[in-house]
Design a protein around this ligand. Sequence first.
Ligand SMILES: *Cc1c(COP(=O)(O)O)cnc(C)c1O
Length: 385
Amino acid sequence: MVSIPGPSVIPDRVLAAMNRPMPNIYEGDLIEVSFSVQDDLRKIARTERPVFISVSNGHGAWEMAISNTLSRGDKVLVLESGTFAVGWGEMAEVSGVKAEILSGSDPDPVNPEALEERLKADVSKEIAAVMVVQVDTATSVRNDIQAIRKAIDAADHPALLMVDCIASLGCEPYEHDEWGVDITVAATQKGLMVPPGLGFVFASEKALAAHERADLRNGYFDWEPRTNPEQHYKIYCGTPPIQHLWAMREALDMLFEEGLENVWERHRVLADAVRAAVEAWHAPNGLSFNIASPESRSNSVTTILTGDVNASELRRIAESDAGLTLGIGLDEFVDRAFRIGHMGHLNPPMILGTLGTIEATLTTMGAPMRESGVAAAAAVVGAAL
Ligand SMILES: *Cc1c(COP(=O)(O)O)cnc(C)c1O
């Protein structure tokens, strides 16, 4: 069992949907699937606006968002809350954009008041875009995107709001249009239950207007040729990612069969089960949450600090002796944290199996534990059945 925060478990239905020979790519079924996938992805991001698909991982979608909306010399404000928004900002810098980091106080979420203050100080409106993640997969913090939008509005600032939802789309409630997001970036392999290989960029009217002026536009990622429905081949700037489109079609069917709100609720319940386990395990010198405030803990991944327990050793034993692969601690968390991915195709036996195996590993290591995390998690799951 793999319980890492992406790539997540691929459902058998999705794997089976990919297992088909090459079709006619100029007309027929594949073209219909391609357009239906685009329409339905927009329902997942809750937008009426277009989605652009990059044949890449999430980093490619980051680049697609940057190159289509920004120009050399522009400045972006990166809202730090872990690793990922900063990485996105660094990519913008490589493209010739100036990236200013609004430092966060890890492990807290982005502070909307600090953002409002910084934007108010930008009297010449130099900042072209604000970059933030909804969920940072390293720290497992969830940022409040609505509060961030309100802060931008309160400062009366024209910057684009660009949100990385790679670790949260299909897991956490999200409303691209209603929340006034300009760019939403997502990818297949986390909450969307499809192997890595496609990135998605959702754009607002304002982002499409910025595209008209953007001078970072390039040959491959440029949105312009990708908008003509009569020229399907150009939508992907070449041969369509056939297997991934079939996979995405099946995954979207599964999400709609369950109902998107039910999918969000399932993630919340299973995340609550993980959190109940961590709380029960918590003991002096033992395990604890990385994110202190309960309302900022994400429903797709949990970063667990391990105190005196060696996190690498814990992961090694869990994997080699019990067949459970856990997420590594990223950056400063190596050896002192591990992560449980609870995103995408996940149900109670899977999460209870993961938590039970962690508890067995802690037991064999003689790690300090207050009480059984499995019992606490089962109580949460049971109450929601
Ligand atoms: C996984 C992830 C990425 C990177 O996606 P890749 O597909 O590995 O390029 C970016 N941002 C967040 C929040 C992620 O979780």
